[in-house]
Design a protein around this ligand. Structure first.
Ligand SMILES: Nc1ncnc2c1ncn2[C@@H]1O[C@H](COP(=O)(O)OP(=O)(O)OP(=O)(O)O)[C@@H](O)[C@H]1O
Ligand SMILES: [Mg+2]
Length: 255
């Protein structure tokens, strides 16, 4: 029997008076790679914040790893990279190694408590994301894409069972984005990690994930990508408009 890593039942949320999420029912299975797409302001990051228990739904319930979110005390189960993770200021006084190590202790400045095996985990995570050559560099002096990788390493160092990435390739060039998605596919294949990827990159969404969730305040579609492409293409038009994308040879190209 498959296990639900995330289960949202009838979740609604409003920041002030206006609802931004309405009656969301969504499950993510163990080992799945889920993509979440939707236009700007459609509630993607809000849904992620609810799943992380950073905000609370007005109605409905959320379970993570089989427990109501408010009872799930094991925070190390989830790794999270936020939408703005690659915007460190130049000169920020921490090395890549220190930033990644902070993933073990929750904040910077506690390195003195680190054991030898903790540093080994930090080095392995840095190696995973291909940043070994930059380990002792100042994070603020890395490129946006390199900073993003450092934050993935930070999220991975505590060995989470679920990794949530909110638009990880914003501001990253096409070649580096492609490398990054290849890295995610490899990560997914080589580990038992469950992955949730919020993205505006339609091509990546359609090619690398197992299932896709289309969000626009409500959950308009949740299922396999090929079914969406073959049978429910009008949902994509509804979300992104007719003129935005034309589908050619299974690729999304600006028309
Ligand atoms: N802290 C906040 N206070 C009030 N309104 C907010 C807050 N955060 C987001 N919103 C509003 O909630 C709606 C959903 O925002 P959200 O950030 O979840 O969208 P999104 O799908 O992640 O968009 P994007 O693709 O631009 O990242 C938007 O209308 C936004 O203006
Ligand atoms: Mg967002």
């Amino acid at each position: 029997m498959s296990t639900h890593v995330i289960k949202c039942e009838g979740v609604s949320f409003a920041y002030e008076k206006e609802r931004v999420l309405e009656d969301i029912h969504l499950t993510v299975e163990e080992g799945e790679f889920l993509g979440i797409i939707g236009p700007n302001g459609s509630g993607k990051s809000t849904l992620i914040k609810l799943i992380l228990h950073l905000i609370k739904p007005q109605t409905g319930k959320i379970e993570v790893f089989g427990k109501r979110i408010q009872n799930q005390k094991d925070r190390s189960l989830i790794g999270y990279v936020s939408q703005k993770a690659n915007s460190f200021q130049r000169g920020f006084p921490a090395t890549v190694k220190e930033v990644v190590a902070s993933g073990l202790y929750g904040k910077l400045g506690l390195m003195r408590w680190m054991k030898k095996e903790d540093w080994k985990k930090v080095e392995e995570a840095i190696e995973w994301v291909g940043l070994s050559a930059f380990a002792d560099r100042n994070i603020g002096n890395l490129s946006g894409g390199q900073q993003q990788r450092a934050f993935i390493a930070r999220a991975l160092v505590s060995e989470p069972k679920l990794l949530i990435l909110d638009e990880p390739t914003v501001g990253i060039d096409v070649k580096s984005s492609k490398q990054f998605y290849d890295f995610l596919v490899e990560l997914h294949q080589q580990t038992e990690l469950t992955l949730v990827l919020v993205t505006h990159d339609m091509h990546a969404a359609m090619t690398i994930v197992d299932r896709i969730a289309c969000l626009n305040k409500r959950l308009l579609y949740h299922g396999p990508t090929d079914h969406l492409m073959m049978k429910e293409k009008d949902i994509l038009t509804q979300l992104f408009g007719n003129s935005l994308f034309s589908i050619q040879e299974n690729q999304f190209c600006p028309s």
